[in-house]
Design a protein. Structure first.
Length: 173
């Protein structure tokens, strides 16, 4: 996997602009497993293919996956996510807006992603709106314990939850 970082002026970029910028770092057809997180003026990108590095501040291969022999019991993490639930009647995603519902969402997702949450705080981030698209975001931070290293390493590649194309779901450890 590769990590890259870009610095932008977030006041002048919509979620679509940021998505377009991140995807422009890859050749056509090579961006199917790209994750990114937009934190303040930084965009952190993780991918299985090397980005085109002409606009990237730094790009380096991530060579070590998590391994039970060297991983501490409490691993610090940050996750910017789009915590939602599915309305089974309409099939639409419904945003979770209160802190308890978001914490429950994280606990449920963690169990399926090879880790358990030791402690976490949640902060609601500004809503992104563009035309008919509305993305509710939250930032979780805290400590986790890896319970299944194979599944956890898959989670690092695949992300957690929905709206990954808009910078949600990348687990930063």
């Amino acid at each position: 996997m590769y990590h890259a970082q870009l610095t932008i002026d977030p006041a002048h970029h919509s979620p679509y602009d940021i998505h377009r910028l991140v995807m422009s770092l890859f050749k056509d057809g090579e961006c199917s497993r790209v994750q990114y997180a937009h934190i303040d003026s930084k965009i952190i990108v993780r991918s299985i293919v090397e980005p085109i590095t002409n606009n990237v501040q730094w790009c380096k291969p991530l060579v070590a996956l998590f391994n039970p022999a060297v991983t501490p019991a409490a691993v610090p993490f940050i996750l910017i996510a789009n915590p939602t639930r599915r309305d089974f009647k309409s099939r639409k995603r419904i945003p979770l807006l209160n802190s308890d519902a978001m914490q429950s969402w994280l606990t449920r997702k963690a169990a399926a992603s090879g880790f358990e949450v030791i402690n976490a705080t949640v902060v609601t981030l500004p809503v992104w709106r563009h035309d008919k698209t509305i993305i509710y975001r939250a930032m979780f931070s805290g400590n986790l314990n890896i319970t299944n290293f194979d599944i956890f390493n898959e989670t690092l590649s695949n992300g957690i939850g929905s709206a990954k194309g808009f910078g949600c779901g990348m687990l930063i450890v």
